[in-house]
Design a binder for this molecule. Structure first.
Ligand SMILES: CC(C)(COP(=O)(O)OP(=O)(O)OC[C@H]1O[C@@H](n2cnc3c(N)ncnc32)[C@H](O)[C@@H]1OP(=O)(O)O)[C@@H](O)C(=O)NCCC(=O)NCCS
Length: 209
């Protein structure tokens, strides 16, 4: 009986839970700092807060942080590691991950995601529904590639950056750390650290994620 603990009883958490069950986990249990007021995340129980998750009183095989915010997700993942908790990597069975790609611990790949040959995805990343990561891309830890976003080949993305829904990134582009690529943006130039870019072609709008 494989039991997965998820921290973050959100809508994103439900998608992770659903993917985990499809991928062969037998049961999912949530933890959230909204507990004890929050006791259910739709189909799954919420049984405690972060200290309950790390405190060792509950029975599970591995855990994963199901929080969309990249910096918070990464910080909580570090908390799980410090507590000696094994991290899961969840890949929906209808994601297509090259045998020559790497996915870090705590990373999720949702239905319809494609990760092509020699791509390297860091720890604690989200490759969301129908996002595509092409050959030789390098994603640092804590990156979120939103639904339907596309990274062409040889794109690099720095730690805890967020690529918005439906964005496209031209091949060979480097996106810095802590950056936000707005929904639908078309990125054709390098993106520095800690900025938000929007539009087509994408241009800096202001401070980052
Ligand atoms: C870029 C983004 C972070 C800006 O959010 P925000 O700071 O709350 O911005 P606002 O909604 O207040 O909009 C500010 C201005 O930027 C414009 N803007 C916002 N997002 C934009 C985008 N993606 N592309 C182009 N312009 C955008 C707005 O039209 C507005 O313009 P105005 O001042 O001329 O009216 C956000 O709109 C976005 O794209 N988020 C990504 C969402 C996503 O991918 N979700 C997936 C979840 S899985």
């Amino acid at each position: 009986m494989k039991r997965l603990a998820l921290f973050g009883a959100s809508g994103h958490g439900k998608v992770v839970a659903d993917a985990a069950l499809a991928a062969g986990w037998h049961s999912v249990v949530f933890f959230d700092d909204g507990w004890p007021q929050v006791r259910q995340n739709r189909h799954w129980p919420v049984v405690g807060d972060f200290s309950a998750l790390t405190g060792g009183a509950h029975d599970f095989d591995a855990a994963l942080v199901s929080i969309g915010n990249c910096a918070v997700r990464w910080q909580k993942q570090q908390g799980l590691l410090a507590a000696g908790i094994a991290l899961a990597t969840v890949v929906h069975p209808r994601a297509c991950i090259s045998q020559f790609a790497q996915l870090g611990a705590g990373t999720v790949a949702m239905a319809g995601a494609v990760v092509n040959v020699d791509a390297v995805i860091g720890e604690g990343c989200i490759i969301n529904t129908a996002a595509t990561i092409d050959h030789d891309c390098m994603l640092a830890h804590g990156v979120h590639v939103s639904p339907g976003a596309h990274l062409s080949g040889n794109v690099t993305v720095g730690a805890c950056s967020w690529i918005g829904v439906g964005a496209s990134v031209r091949q060979g582009i480097s996106i810095g750390a802590g950056a936000m690529v707005g929904a639908g943006a078309v990125v054709v130039r390098q993106v520095p650290d800690n900025v938000t870019v929007v539009g087509c072609p994408a241009a800096v709008r202001g401070a980052g994620s």
